[in-house]
Design a protein around this ligand. Structure first.
Ligand SMILES: [Zn+2]
Length: 196
């Protein structure tokens, strides 16, 4: 597995992180001038020698000499690997983790895959709605009722019904910005010109 994270991303996370806020989740900090102080979580003590410097985004303990930045702190306190500490801070700070760089071909493929899933999900919703709520779905509902299949199973398995009217799906999809060409491409419709 490739665990490398771009250097500038790490720097961006470190820069934007609020070390005081993140350490405060583990240590009660009190403001003293420019810094914050608290009881060190890494050694046992009764008077605070654990310091956090928000300006430099660093912490340091004068008792046990443990110190570092926000990543070091999380690695030590939660026993995390560096990459996981970066992930945690990125999440807390609201910075999206960079996705691995894809080639243009891979990007295109990935977009197509997402669109495929999206459109098939819409289609499943359409047939499910027809079955549950439309007059055209009545034969389907009656059939399932005869088979003793209740609404819970219908919902759990997202059962659907394809009505006799051929353009229902097309209209439903058109309202959701899916073109007929896309339906054909993704195997949900057949072009009429091919059949005549
Ligand atoms: Zn200490």
């Amino acid at each position: 597995m490739d665990n490398r994270i771009p250097e500038d991303f790490i720097e961006e996370v470190r820069r934007q992180a609020d070390i005081v806020q993140i350490i405060s989740e583990h240590v009660v900090l009190k403001r003293t001038g420019k810094n914050y102080q608290g009881l060190c979580p890494f050694h046992s003590e009764k008077t605070p020698s654990f310091n956090v410097n928000p300006e430099r985004q660093m912490f340091y303990c004068f008792g046990c000499h443990t110190g570092g930045n926000v990543f070091t702190f999380l690695m030590k306190i939660n026993n995390l690997a560096f990459i996981d500490a970066v992930k945690v801070v990125a999440e807390k700070t609201g910075i999206a983790f960079p996705e691995k760089e894809l080639s243009p071909g891979q990007k295109k493929k990935e977009l197509k895959r997402k669109r495929f899933l999206e459109i098939h999900k819409l289609a499943a919703n359409y047939f499910h709605e027809v079955l549950l709520n439309s007059p055209e779905g009545r034969p389907g509902r009656e059939y399932l009722e005869r088979r003793g299949i209740g609404v819970k199973i219908i919902n759990d398995f997202a059962l659907g019904y394809a009505p006799a009217q051929w353009d229902g799906l097309l209209k439903y999809m058109a309202l959701r910005n899916v073109s007929p060409e896309e339906l054909v491409e993704f195997g949900l419709a057949v072009s009429k010109t091919n059949n005549d």
